[in-house]
Design a binder for this molecule. Sequence first.
Ligand SMILES: [Zn+2]
Ligand SMILES: [Zn+2]
Length: 287
Amino acid sequence: MHPTTAPAGCHWDGSPRTARPQRPLRVTATSPSRLLRTGQSSRCRQCGHRIDRYQRSGQQPIVLHPTELDTSQVPAPYRWHLSGGIAHPHSDGSAWCRIPHHALCPEHAPTTPPGPYIESLRRQLAVRTRRLIDTGQFTPTPTACETDSRPSRDCPARPVVQLLLGRYLADGPLEAIQCVAQTRQRHRCAQTVLDPSRPRGAWTLLPATPQRGQLVLPATLMAVYDLSRLPYAEQLRWRTQRCPAHAATPDAADLTPAGWQVFDPLLHTAHLHTRLPHVPFTQREEA
Ligand SMILES: [Zn+2]
Ligand SMILES: [Zn+2]
């Protein structure tokens, strides 16, 4: 036998050698969520299990368990379904539904008994979390108050921040607010918005003035992290939730929406703190 040379443009067996066109990853103009799906999976910081983040219409994103469950076994209040990348409460009538992660997270105590099926799943996840911790594959992240010896009333787990002429409720402790930009490796940037090289805001007590209607709250002062004296670009960096590096590269896509909620003193009374948190002297802003 003589080795035969495949003609140019063909494989050794004669099948055509086709070059796949490069397909850049981009968001469809009609996509309701406007986010790259690839960036919305992560692991729960409390239990180590995989979670998927989905947007909801008009509300903060919700974290769902990554697999579908038998709808008939899931109590109605726990049923969710996805449509066009958006999560909707209740089932869509199919045999399978999604379920919020907090219903299954072993580190999250349910407020009402979730039923035998979800209880058994919670136990399975708890056993797996214990195994991950015991084998050193996972270390739970303590919440802000656990890392701090201060009384809980001094420890705003979700601080209120004043910037760009508005007040916003953060979705986590100040020092844990994470950049939302996508890195070149297509992961969410691990840097925080609070950066020691940038000017800091200052904790201050400001009136908790209601911002809607004629309702009058008792005159109270609330602790606010005030960024309003910082340059406009710096306030915008906080509002868009980007680290200094990604604030300088606006072309980088966001992997998740910024976690701010417009602060409403009537809706968010649980996050209204009347005392200033203790700030170490070395971290105080120079007057
Ligand atoms: Zn969890
Ligand atoms: Zn970043």
